[in-house]
Ligand binder design. Structure first.
Ligand SMILES: Nc1nc2c(ncn2[C@@H]2O[C@H](COP(=O)(O)OP(=O)(O)O)[C@@H](O)[C@H]2O)c(=O)[nH]1
Ligand SMILES: [Mg+2]
Length: 379
């Protein structure tokens, strides 16, 4: 499952956003390092439409797992944004949603006693690099110690290869370039997989706004955008897109008031527009997460269940089948494939067969977004 970590400075609205996105109870406290998990269904009108047609016993949307991590309490010092336990959790994430505070509040103190989104971004990315640098240096030291013990042959070659990559990573980080930029061999990528370098992950900036009609807030937003541009100029691999605009507290309160399926209702949209937003954030966060991770969905449809499944963009039919069940990958024979749109235009599977839009595809077929698959397999 796709793992998204909600990160950022204390009091930026991470836990509120988590509750707004997942419907999990709002939890404003907790011990540092504690992880609160929740699930976001991936909105997909195709699933709803197929469900209307098949009237299955069960309808299942794809999901993303989100984790909200309780950070250190109190004022921040350099190198203290992440606790070791937090970094441990963050390693497993595919994507970091970085919440940056734009809203003012007399009752919610900022940990640095100022609201400056550009500086918060700098601080966060700086801490990511610092954490990665410490990790790389520690590992280099261990490798050196192991090499001093002697030994030759394959093991030594591997250690040298691992160290070379780490030195390149160290050099990049010192120049404020993310680990993502460093060109590594497939073997090195495998070696560092478990390290979970923070700047090796995709980072999606989310600006938590209060009221965008106020000049102060639009100024802050511009400042944040400028700062994002500075990082992207420094190194394109940061690839920080435009910040996604949310109002976590409003979204949370509306969700409580009108229910999760009414967040796009005209009534709810009025509330969002009043504070300068186009709507709720769930579908936009999911969309950006999918795009930045290069994910697509395929569908399965029948009387028992209509369901969406998440796969990477370049995924062959057997691997896609494996997401449903490993037996389907092992025993894969062929996939019956219809594009969602063809199915809707034709009206039925039988009609697709007649029109030739229901195809049989083999092991080399690259599954496309919105394909409706039926896997033929034998075990
Ligand atoms: N005024 C205002 N307060 C907010 C907003 N978002 C969150 N808060 C408040 O800020 C405080 C900290 O939020 P929380 O979600 O616990 O932040 P976290 O420390 O990043 O998890 C809470 O009291 C929230 O109610 C917002 O958009 N506007
Ligand atoms: Mg929190």
């Amino acid at each position: 499952m796709t793992e998204v970590g909600i990160v950022g400075l204390p009091q930026s609205g991470k836990s509120t956003l988590m509750a707004a996105l997942t419907g999990a109870p709002l939890s404003l406290t907790g011990a540092p390092g504690e992880a609160h998990r929740g699930i976001i269904p991936v909105p997909d009108p195709r699933v709803d439409q197929l469900s209307e047609i098949y009237k299955p016993k069960k309808t299942t949307h794809a999901t993303i797992q989100v984790t909200d991590l309780v950070g250190a309490h109190g004022p921040l010092k350099k190198g203290e944004l992440f606790t070791p336990a937090q970094i441990g959790h963050l390693r497993d994430m595919d994507l970091l949603v970085l919440v940056i505070r734009l809203f003012s509040s007399d009752v919610v103190p900022h940990p640095l006693n100022r609201i400056d989104p550009g500086e918060d971004l700098n601080l966060f990315l700086g801490e990511c690099q610092l954490a990665d640098l410490i990790l790389a240096e520690k590992r280099i030291e261990r490798i050196d110690a192991e090499m001093r013990k002697g030994g030759a042959g394959k093991k030594r070659e591997d250690l040298e290869h691992e160290k070379d990559g780490l030195l390149a990573i160290k050099e990049a980080l010192e120049a404020e370039h993310p680990v993502r930029e460093v060109e590594l061999t497939p073997q090195q990528k495998q070696m560092y997989k478990g390290f979970g370098f923070l700047s090796g992950k995709k980072i999606l900036p989310v600006a938590n706004t209060g009221d965008l009609n106020s000049q102060t807030e639009t100024d802050r937003l511009h400042h944040l955008k400028d700062q994002i541009a500075v990082w992207n100029r420094k190194c394109a691999a940061w690839d920080l897109g435009d910040p996604l605009l949310v109002n976590a507290r409003l979204e949370y309160e509306l969700r409580e008031m009108v229910g999760p399926d009414q967040l796009e209702s005209p009534e709810a949209l009025d509330y969002f527009r009043e504070v300068g937003l186009e709507g709720s954030s769930q579908s936009r966060i999911v969309e950006r997460a999918y795009a930045s991770l290069g994910l697509i969905s395929f569908l399965t449809a029948g009387e028992d269940e209509v369901r969406a499944w998440t796969i990477p963009q370049a995924c062959h039919a057997p691997q896609a089948a494996g997401v449903i069940h490993s037996d389907l990958e092992k025993g894969f024979i062929r996939a019956e494939v219809m594009a969602y749109q063809d199915f809707i235009s034709a009206g039925s599977q039988a009609e697709c067969r007649k029109q030739g839009t229901l195809r049989l595809e083999g092991k080399d077929y690259l599954v496309k977004d919105g394909d409706i698959l039926n896997i033929r397999f034998s075990v």
